[in-house]
Design a protein around this ligand. Structure first.
Ligand code: PMP
Length: 472
């Protein structure tokens, strides 16, 4: 135990001395484009603060990739992790039950509320979406509906990087080079709220988008449609799009009318981040059949993802021989122990409510900045799942030229100011320019002030850097 706990203390002296890693040589990305700048090396992280090996301090205003809900170095999670590692780091689900898996699944289902009693634990969001798609297919088969296999999703959307999850991801640029390897699935427009066509209000626009879904179901042949998947509050693909209520209501009606399973991808929005444990709780009349979670439920401490399902749907499949899906890391006790500790910490410290309160304050401050910095066109989100969209001209909502790579530039400027903001890579599709401002749920009032100050400084620098592009 001694060496493990000293590693977990993240002491500077257990890290390789500077210079042992070739500077500037990409180690994570196999082939970074030439000229990719070397990244600072992480030395230590505690709470929402991070330090690199050169001693620079950063505030994490995006929870890494909107995952690290509890910040870093959380004592309860580290203790749960070490004690499970020491007790039994691993136990194959085909040989053993694990208390960690059972306790985590029970508490998670309880937190999700009535109607979701079964939890299938995997290692991340993409994997959980793959599992949900296969489970949906098996549900259809056990209902005698073998013709159903198409999964409709929105464009833009993000559901993961593995081939199955990529096929339902609404991002043509991510599909481009992998096309022949994908089973292309139907896409319908997401009800994007920032650029609503002239003559429509938000509700009419939302209803038109929902009608697009129904039309598509009919065009595909309802008997061929297995599922519809959506992010109730979007992630980086839409810049925290909050789905209009009228759309959510209609989607549930359409799915019921045609016998289609509704899947909610709560990978980024679940686990308390939006001020509700599941973001779909903000729309009580749109309950999903299957829910996919990852990111915040493991809070970055270990890879963890899951599918949440109603007991009766799982039993349907069980009677037909059970869910045909396996991974080495299925229900792995270490990730479950982390998941349970993260959940207990989230609930006992009232962090779901805290996310709602802090998110409302953050939104007020971001709109205040939008009024002073015309580079900001929109502020969107719920709770601490929040994004800021940049435009060349807020009056016309004209975007910056794609080559300007404004979100990447803002993120670079922020990092120079000791502030971490998450955005897409510069090669990602072009649906708009935004960065996520989604700090950990444990952020204190004082830390929020510091985030606001550093963000404001970064925005004023970005405004200056892009002023020539704004006056076109
Ligand atoms: N769905 C959504 C909504 C996501 O935001 C992500 C990750 N950005 C994924 C799925 C994929 O999750 P992972 O990266 O853990 O595979």
């Amino acid at each position: 135990g001694a060496s493990m706990s000293s590693l977990l203390r993240n002491d500077l002296d257990v890290l390789p001395p500077l210079g042992t890693l070739a500077r500037g040589e990409p180690i994570q990305v196999f082939a970074a484009p030439p000229g990719t700048p070397a990244k600072p090396q992480i030395a230590r992280a505690m709470g929402i603060e991070m330090w690199d090996t050169a001693g620079n301090r950063y505030l994490d205003a995006s929870s890494g990739p909107v995952a690290c809900n509890l910040g870093y170095g959380n004592r309860r999670v580290l203790d749960a992790l070490t004690s499970q590692a020491e007790a039994a780091a691993f136990a194959n689900v085909s040989h053993f039950e694990s208390k960690a898996n059972r306790d985590f699944a029970e508490r998670l289902a309880e937190a999700a509320g009535p109607g979701y009693e079964r939890v299938f634990v995997v290692s991340g969001g993409s994997e959980a979406n793959e599992a949900a798609l296969k489970l949906a297919r098996q549900i259809a088969l056990s209902r005698g509906e073998a013709s159903r296999w198409k999964v409709i999703s929105r464009q833009p959307s993000y559901h993961g990087g593995t081939l199955g999850a990529l096929a339902i991801t609404g991002d043509p640029s991510a599909h481009a080079m992998f096309g022949p390897m994908l089973q292309e699935m139907p896409k319908v427009p997401a009800p994007v709220t920032y650029r609503i066509p002239a003559g429509l209000d938000e509700e009419n626009w939302a209803l038109k988008c929902a009608q697009d879904l129904e039309d598509r179901v009919v065009a595909e042949g309802p008997e061929s449609v297995l599922a519809f998947i959506q992010e109730p509050v979007g992630g980086v693909s839409t810049g925290a799009l909050v789905t209009p209520a009228a759309y959510m209501t209609r989607v549930r009606e359409i799915c019921d009318k045609y016998g289609i399973l509704l899947i909610h991808d709560e990978v980024m929005s679940g686990g308390g981040r939006t001020g509700a444990f599941l973001s779909h709780d903000h729309w009580p009349d749109c309950r999903a059949d299957l829910i996919v979670m990852a990111k915040g439920i493991g809070a970055g401490y270990l890879p963890l993802g899951l599918v949440l399902a109603p007991r009766d749907l799982v039993e349907t499949v069980a009677s037909g021989g059970g869910f045909l899906h396996g991974h080495t890391a299925l229900g792995n006790p270490l990730s479950c122990a982390v998941g349970l500790a993260v959940l207990e910490e989230t609930l006992e410290r009232g962090l779901v409510e805290r996310s709602a309160v802090l998110g409302a304050e953050l939104k007020t401050r971001l709109w205040d900045m939008a009024n002073r910095y015309p580079i900001i066109g929109d502020v969107r989100g719920k709770g601490l799942l929040m994004a800021v969209e940049f435009v060349a001209d807020p009056a016309t909502k004209r975007p910056f030229p794609i080559e300007a790579a404004v979100p990447a530039a803002v993120s670079r400027i922020a990092m120079q100011n000791g502030l971490i903001l998450y955005t897409r890579g510069t090669n990602a599709g072009r649906d708009g320019d935004w960065v996520m401002v989604s700090p950990p749920l444990v952020t204190s009032d004082r830390e929020l002030d510091e985030i606001t100050d550093r963000l404001e400084k970064s925005l004023s620098q970005a405004e200056a850097e892009f002023s020539s592009l704004r006056k076109l």
